[in-house]
Design a binder for this molecule. Structure first.
Ligand code: NDP
Length: 318
């Protein structure tokens, strides 16, 4: 979707001004009830840079939160070509933006253009949130917190010391591996490209003291291995609209007692989660992770706790 923004013009003098003021107030009230914010000369700007970004739920989520908390801020999608990433990041500071989210495929590409990068972003080699403080560009990775918070909400501390299988070794998987290792899972990373799985297992073991993280190529994923797990996470793009399905050895083996997480989100539940739910497993969807990474980014930009229910409602209306 495109960002909903509304420009409020200054009213004319006298009676016409009074009428215009009333109309303006009504328009703003209608706008607020739809989660649409008004834009003035003092409005702080937040962007999302990626390619594509038109489908992103983040503008709806954040604009609804800004309206709910009465913040003079607006969130806009900014489609950016690969060759323009550096110019776009510098442009955020030049244009006085308060910050931005970064999404596929630029989460790694923005790193060289930032002044400082926090610990999780450096470990995950990916930035999903930029904060601009006194012209300085600061990079964060709130996806790690997003996975952690979504899982803790459902499972508490019950995953500690249990076996978990992470499918994928891309950006989402790197953030997920960090979160899971910190939660004390005994992890196995499985990926189509073996070298990426091996590297992620090594990075995760090095990043989290005491972490157990091994790896396997995707072709060695067996029904027996899946059945041994307490937690199963799809952190690949498999299962997205138009993409291939999650391997049957995983999706068909899920049973009650297991927890199944899918980072993929869409208008409806993914096939993996629908199948897992039928099998009696506990399921955690990508939307909950998305909302929690958004809440953490919101806190970084505004210093305020995010209105999670408002954000969830806005996402579900899209
Ligand atoms: P990347 O491109 O960084 O990684 C893609 C991963 O999917 C890699 O592990 C890749 O394996 C694997 N993969 C892709 N196609 C296939 C295939 N045909 N068979 C087997 N494996 C495949 O993408 P991201 O990690 O950034 O994003 C992955 C998904 O996570 C997307 O759907 C994205 O929308 C979602 N996401 C959700 C978030 C949330 O908050 N819910 C946050 C971030 C992302 P290989 O290494 O072999 O190429």
């Amino acid at each position: 979707m495109t960002a909903a923004k509304k420009v409020v013009t200054r009213p004319a003098a006298g009676a016409a001004a009074a009428t215009a003021n009333v109309r303006g107030r009504r328009r703003r009230r209608r706008a607020s009830s739809r989660g649409v914010t008004t834009v003035t000369g003092t409005t702080q700007l937040i962007g999302i840079i990626g390619r594509p970004v038109a489908h992103s739920l983040s503008p709806a989520i954040h604009n609804a939160a800004f309206v709910a908390l009465g913040l003079d801020m607006v969130y806009v999608p900014l489609p950016v070509r690969d060759e323009d990433v550096g110019a776009a990041v510098k442009g955020l500071a030049a244009l006085g933006f308060r910050g931005a989210n970064v999404t596929i495929p630029h989460k790694g590409a923005v790193l060289p253009y930032l002044d400082r990068v926090d610990g999780d972003a450096a470990l995950a080699e990916a930035v999903n949130t930029i904060v601009i403080e006194d012209g300085e560009l600061l990079g964060y990775n709130t996806d790690v917190e997003g996975v952690h918070d979504a899982l803790v909400e459902v499972c508490g501390d019950s995953l500690r010391g249990t076996p978990g299988l992470l499918l994928g070794a891309g950006g989402a998987a790197r953030a997920t591996a960090l979160a899971l290792a910190r939660m004390g899972l005994d992890l196995t990373v499985v990926n189509r490209t073996s070298a990426a799985a091996e590297r992620l297992a090594a990075l995760t073991s090095a990043a989290v003291p005491g972490a157990v993280c091994r790896w396997l190529p995707l072709e060695e994923l067996t029904v027996a291995l899946v059945a041994e797990q307490h937690l199963l996470v799809n952190a690949t793009s498999l299962g997205m609209d138009g993409a291939s399905k999650v391997p049957a050895s995983l999706a068909d083996t899920v049973t009650a007692g297991q927890v199944v997480v899918d980072v993929v989100y869409g208008r409806s539940e993914t096939d993996l989660l629908a199948q897992a739910r039928v099998g009696g497993a506990t399921v955690v969807g990508g939307l909950e992770m998305l909302l929690r990474q958004a809440a953490a980014a919101f806190k970084l930009w505004t210093g305020r706790s995010a209105p999670l229910d408002v954000m969830r409602y806005a996402a579900k209306q899209e």
